[in-house]
Design a protein around this ligand. Structure first.
Ligand SMILES: Nc1nc2c(ncn2[C@@H]2O[C@H](COP(=O)(O)OP(=O)(O)OP(=O)(O)O)[C@@H](O)[C@H]2O)c(=O)[nH]1
Ligand SMILES: [Mg+2]
Length: 304
């Protein structure tokens, strides 16, 4: 008897879904070294992504300081699955699946995406913070498409079936410019709340998913430069900075928290078995290890 805990990435084209997963792969490599508890990727796709990300990092680091950021990991496939085994002493105790999606699936409100989200354990809704902070409302709508995201989540949470994700995490990406001081972080959170308040309110009134806000930067070596002719943000390479990501493990901590909660509080038979096997405790230890190694302060809060 086995259940896979699936988390679906949603968000329009180029907001940073795939980059976030790639950055997470680097984080996991470092947590998996120590101790006998690990979360290990088991799909080929994730190793490919990890390699692509490393290559891209090298190329960006080799770019001249202040030159515009080049390249990326544009998604072609509608769904790409990245499976992980949560292992204790080499034995698999639980399975986690991150499903990356093509941005157009969210933008076009694709029926298959709605279905997938409906069946998932959790959702990471990725939002481009530079567009949120620097662009007009109409550009934000075109790029981050909050109205479409609201419709998608509303369908999932009000369709009358008893299936829906246990958590929705809004992940703000490309946050380099907005995270330096406490004041910057507060402004970023405030801006998100003014632009997304109707989605958060809507989620308050449906079958209580937990709702979180997290801000990350997948590449610490670039930052917002200016708006291009189309009014979209351009980034440039910063002098003498490493490719290193920041705070990308926080979404993982949120997932682990929700898993622990599910295992400890659910009445279903398979969850009771997991509990008897002591899986909640192992997850808790693993989560603590990750949480303690995250550089703080960061921007992460539970909204609902
Ligand atoms: N400045 C900055 N740029 C980022 C960051 N993360 C991703 N990017 C850039 O954003 C662009 C889009 O990133 P992707 O990860 O491909 O976005 P996506 O949401 O997967 O896009 P699709 O798969 O096409 O829907 C790329 O050019 C990345 O280099 C970040 O933290 N900071
Ligand atoms: Mg992608």
């Amino acid at each position: 008897m086995e259940r896979i805990f699936e988390v679906v990435m949603i968000g329009n084209t180029a907001v940073g879904k795939t980059s976030m997963l790639a950055a997470l792969s680097m984080e996991l490599d470092s947590y998996n070294i120590s101790g006998d508890v690990s979360l290990e990727p088991t799909t080929h796709e994730f190793r490919i992504l990890n390699n692509q990300w490393t290559d891209m990092g090298r190329k960006i680091e080799a770019q001249e300081p202040f030159s515009p950021l080049e390249g990326g990991l544009a998604g072609q496939l509608d769904f790409v699955e990245h499976k992980f085994d949560f292992k204790v002493d080499g034995e698999t105790e639980a399975r986690v699946l991150f499903t990356d999606t093509r941005g157009g699936m969210t933008g076009d409100l694709d029926e298959r995406l709605i279905q997938r989200v409906n069946e998932a354990f959790g959702v990471f809704c990725v939002v481009d913070a530079s567009v949120l902070m620097e662009c007009s409302d109409s550009t934000n709508e075109r790029f981050n498409c909050p109205k479409v995201v609201k419709r998608l989540l509303k369908e999932v949470y009000t369709d009358g079936d008893d299936k829906q994700p246990k958590f929705v995490t809004f992940v703000l990406t490309k946050c380099e410019k907005y995270m330096a001081t406490a004041n910057d972080r507060q402004k970023l959170a405030e801006k998100f709340l003014t632009k997304y308040d109707n989605i958060v309110d809507m989620l308050c009134n449906v079958n209580w998913p937990r709702v979180y806000l997290v801000a990350i930067q997948t590449m610490g070596c670039v930052s917002f430069y200016k708006l291009n002719k189309e009014g979209l943000p351009m980034f440039r390479v910063l002098p003498e900075t490493e490719f290193k990501s920041k705070d990308c493990a926080i979404p993982l901590v949120i997932l682990l928290d929700s898993l622990i909660d599910e295992i400890e509080n659910s009445k279903s038979i398979w969850v009771i078995i997991l509990n008897l096997l002591g899986i909640g405790k192992n997850l808790r230890d693993y989560k603590e290890r990750i949480w303690n190694s995250i550089e703080k302060p960061s921007l992460s809060e539970r909204l609902v």
